[in-house]
Design a binder for this molecule. Structure first.
Ligand code: NAD
Length: 403
């Protein structure tokens, strides 16, 4: 989502809940923008950290390594993190980082150097009580490990809570790897109960960490997964795919379309197949005014960040399709990141059951709070979600005397 769309949403919410100019101004600007240029093997890469809002706790958000990263994108993602942590009700603010680089073009040594230099560029402004990064697109637990090591070398002491998404051996949390999808399942199950939806069929766009884990978890719960896709295209079987065979094809041959016993469909077609639940779990901006009217699902669960355009949102709302927005639906990832940070601060680590049950508690509670506002209101679920998040941020701002 572009920053322009964020401004559009903020203005819309501002009118609904009567925000003052000062409040809107505060929400429309990040607190701090950090920029650097990182040199590896003679090439220079622009690097960023945007610290959007820390009224509710330290800045929190991932670091993205991608050739299209720019300041506007990092700023938008940092804003969404502020909403997400407020909705998840965890004591963090919002931030995001990135490097404009194609990590696939780097050797492992160069990738390590790049990661360590990102920390050297920004270490004064990050830390367990200031700003806590995490993985995002093309950044991994190994990269988090290098970053932690670099930070601890600079400050001369252990500080595992300076970053999350770490490998387990360095203080990571159990369940972190499936947390985004699992959080989405908890929210979905609550929503299905509320609208009395019993048909358990789903189509999932994207088959990476979020999408594949979602497919697995839903299949375990007895859902028929009728369609899945990745960057090369999609596959569809109305009676439900044989998921373990699809995963095998993806792992062995590189794509879900290498599974032969299904009809091939495009990523666009996947959005409009006959199913109860549609899960965009890949790119942003895929549900548009062009295709929203053709969507047959009753629920859209946004595991991807920003998959629905504002125009599409209005069409879905008119057609009585419940959209569970990204800042709620995929907040399981940051919630378990928060659990990781809590465990690091404690120096005491939880078992799998404890992490899962605490995640469920958080997700169900967040969903219920929004549902209570949404059910009697005239606005869609997303608008109600944003309103709740904005109110929580502004409450903290007011208590601090900043508005
Ligand atoms: P990933 O890189 O593991 O997987 C992405 C998947 O999308 C891959 O299967 C890829 O083939 C597919 N894809 C790429 N281009 C596509 C296209 N044009 N059409 C259809 N599929 C395409 O990434 P991920 O971690 O699963 O993240 C997916 C989305 O979920 C992103 O929007 C991300 O921001 C969001 N998200 C992920 C997490 C998390 O913890 N993984 C947390 C919050 C949000």
């Amino acid at each position: 989502m572009s920053f322009k769309e964020i401004i559009y949403f903020l203005d819309k919410i501002g009118k609904i809940i009567d925000l003052s100019e000062k409040e809107l101004e505060l929400l429309k600007k990040p607190q701090k923008i950090l920029q650097a240029e990182i040199e590896v093997s003679g090439k220079k890469y622009p690097a960023y950290r945007v610290q959007y809002n820390n009224s509710r706790g330290p800045f929190k958000g991932g670091i993205r390594f991608h050739p299209e990263v720019d300041l506007e994108e990092v700023q938008s993602l940092a804003f969404w993190m502020s909403l997400k942590t407020a909705i998840a009700d965890i004591s963090f603010g919002g931030g995001k980082g990135g490097i404009r680089v194609d990590p696939k073009q780097l050797s492992e040594k160069e990738l390590e150097e790049l990661s360590r230099k990102w920390v050297r560029a920004f270490y004064k402004e990050i830390g367990p009580t200031k700003d806590i990064p995490a993985p995002d697109v093309y950044t991994t637990p190994q990269i988090m490990a290098w970053m932690l090591d670099e930070y601890e070398n600079i400050i001369g002491e252990k500080a595992p809570g300076m970053i999350t998404g770490k490998p387990l051996a360095l203080g990571g949390s159990l369940v972190r790897d499936i947390a985004t999808a699992l959080g989405g399942v908890y929210v979905l199950e609550e929503a299905m109960k509320k609208i009395n939806l019993t048909e358990r069929t789903a189509a999932i766009q994207g088959f990476g960490n979020a999408g594949m884990n979602m497919a697995k978890l839903l299949a375990e719960k007895g859902y028929k997964i009728v369609a899945v896709s990745d960057s090369r295209g999609g596959i569809y079987v109305q009676e439900g795919l044989n998921l373990s065979e699809v995963i095998k094809a993806k792992e062995e041959k590189g794509s879900v379309i290498d599974y032969n016993l299904a009809k091939k469909i495009s990523n666009e077609e996947l959005l409009t197949v006959d199913c109860a639940v549609l899960v965009p779990a890949a790119l942003s901006g895929v549900i548009t005014a062009k295709n929203a009217g053709k969507i047959k699902a009753r629920i859209v669960l946004e595991l991807a960040n920003g998959p629905t355009t504002p125009e599409a949102d209005e069409i879905l709302h008119k057609n009585k399709i419940l959209v569970l927005p990204d800042v709620l639906a995929n907040s399981g990832g940051v919630t378990v990141s928060y659990f990781e940070w809590v465990q690091n601060n404690y120096g005491y680590y939880w078992d799998e059951h404890t992490v899962k049950s605490r995640l469920k508690e958080k997700m169900v509670s967040a969903f219920d709070k929004i549902w209570k506002e949404y059910a009697p209101s005239n606005y869609d679920f997303r608008t109600n979600t944003y309103i709740l998040a904005v109110k929580k941020i502004l409450e903290a701002e007011r208590l601090r005397g900043r508005v």
